[in-house]
Design a protein around this ligand. Structure first.
Ligand SMILES: Cc1ncc(COP(=O)(O)O)c(C=O)c1O
Length: 436
């Protein structure tokens, strides 16, 4: 299909985009299939970021498209406020079957909404149990938990927060886990840094553990630059949370649905949180959907009020949207039928070898990887991000997209990629980084 670009590119206020820079040389994607994008000029490139860490099964997957079409013809929409529709219950059942530790899922439309929902559940949970003094929400430096008020408050990327003032007043932050030079170019989980979990203990000592409601982390930090957890770090967080009665929330918006070679990152690391946020890969990014998984014991705390009142005064018009639920069911079927998580697990080693094979290139100061995510960090020039952006532009022209985060080039390819694809990505990186 021939896609035409409108003459006027002004009306659309693009998200997280330097619009003047973008419009100088607009990169417009016309179509997508498998692991590839094709621009409207016909330039074909590998989608090295799997959409935005979300097209885990690759693009244009027919069973998902067909399920969405069929659902639109059967029941296009019904809300879920004191009425219901079957496919939302079916989707919740299918999803909780993938996560034996969690019995329930609350549906949202995005990762940001999932995070804010999880934080609100945590606050309301403590209130329901008579511990309403627990108001402190703990996040971490360099964390990305979306852009709504709660997620931004516990997030740790200053550039995202600087335009918006105070946000949630009782948010505190632990230090991030990138330790250089000790952990530079460490394959998989770094050895140093488990002690950084003790920042949560310090916060408890400073403000009183009995005032802390929840601690939220990405088990593998993604959008802040790709930081796998140091060995033992998540275990230590879990212990401190248990000691002080704090809910542990894993934000698995990126790490969920196979990106780590397991269903979810908590399964890879053997640490179970109390709440888990998801989005993105839940529908292979075809229809917006997010969710918060909760354990039975968290949910139970909400069932003690009057029977005629909502358990939780929270929800979205589109919570459990039929099209999104149809997409989710078809997506998890596809993941299972094609063994997509297993492929991700098989590709982890070649992916790691390819990335770490770039260490000798000029300007490379750190390489990080785990599952099928990775980042190559370049030495910064005088202005942070200049080299990252230059590399991104050249890689695009060469035939692979990546996500520049400062001067780190982050990658999260579709989980269906092959060893040949990994080889092609490696060759393109080598050519471009050698010529910067
Ligand atoms: C860990 C994490 N949480 C939340 C979000 C926000 O998700 P969304 O962009 O769907 O609101 C993201 C997005 O990248 C994310 O990586």
């Amino acid at each position: 299909m021939n896609v035409q670009l409108p003459n006027n590119l002004d009306a659309y206020w693009m998200p997280f985009t330097a619009s003047r820079w973008f419009k100088d040389n607009p990169r417009i994607i016309g179509s997508a299939d498998g692991i590839h994008y094709t621009t409207i000029e016909g330039h074909k490139l590998i989608d090295g970021t799997g959409g935005l860490w979300c097209c885990n099964a690759g693009h244009n997957r027919k069973p998902i498209v067909a399920a969405i079409q069929k659902q639109a013809e059967t029941l296009d929409f019904a809300h879920s406020f004191n009425q219901g529709h079957a496919i939302a219950f079916e989707a919740a059942n299918r999803l909780t079957e993938m996560t034996p530790e969690f019995d329930h899922i609350f549906f949202t439309n995005s990762g940001s909404e999932a995070v804010d929902t999880a934080l609100k559940i945590a606050l309301a949970y403590h209130q329901a149990r008579g511990e309403g003094q627990r108001r402190v929400l703990v996040g971490r430096q360099k964390a990305y938990h979306g852009i709504n008020f709660g997620g931004l408050s516990v997030g740790g990327i200053g550039l995202n927060k600087g335009q918006f003032g105070t946000l949630y007043p009782d948010a505190k932050h632990m230090r991030h886990t990138q330790i250089l030079p000790e952990n530079a170019c460490k394959r998989g989980q770094p050895d140093h840094g488990a002690h950084l979990a003790d920042d949560l203990e310090e916060i408890c000592q400073t403000y009183g553990g009995h005032t802390v409601a929840a601690c939220i982390v990405e088990p593998v930090a993604g959008a802040g630059g790709v930081f796998p957890p140091p060995v033992g770090y998540l275990q230590r967080l879990r212990e401190i949370c248990d000691r002080h009665g704090i809910l542990l929330i894993f934000d698995e918006v990126i790490s969920g649905f196979g990106r780590m070679g397991t269903g979810f990152a908590y399964q890879k690391f053997g640490v179970t949180p109390d709440l888990m946020t998801v989005a993105k890969g839940i529908t292979n990014a075809t229809v917006p959907l997010g969710g918060v998984f909760t354990t039975g014991s968290v949910r139970e705390a909400f069932l003690t009020g009057p029977e005629t009142m909502p358990d939780l005064f929270h929800g979205y018009t589109y919570s459990g949207h039929p099209l999104a639920c149809a997409a989710a069911i078809a997506t998890v079927d596809l993941y299972r039928d094609e063994g997509i998580f297993e492929n991700a697990a098989r590709m982890e080693q070649p992916w790691e070898d390819m990335l770490h094979g770039l260490q000798d290139l000029p300007g490379v100061i750190d390489i990080r990887n785990i599952g099928l995510v990775g980042a190559v960090q370049l030495e910064s020039a005088e202005v942070l991000g200049t080299r990252g952006r230059a590399a991104f532009e050249k890689l695009w022209d060469e035939g692979v997209s990546c996500r520049p985060i400062g001067d780190s080039l982050a990658m999260s390819p579709p989980l269906i990629l092959t060893e040949d694809d990994i080889g092609r990505i490696g060759d393109m990186f080598r050519r471009v980084l050698s010529s910067l």
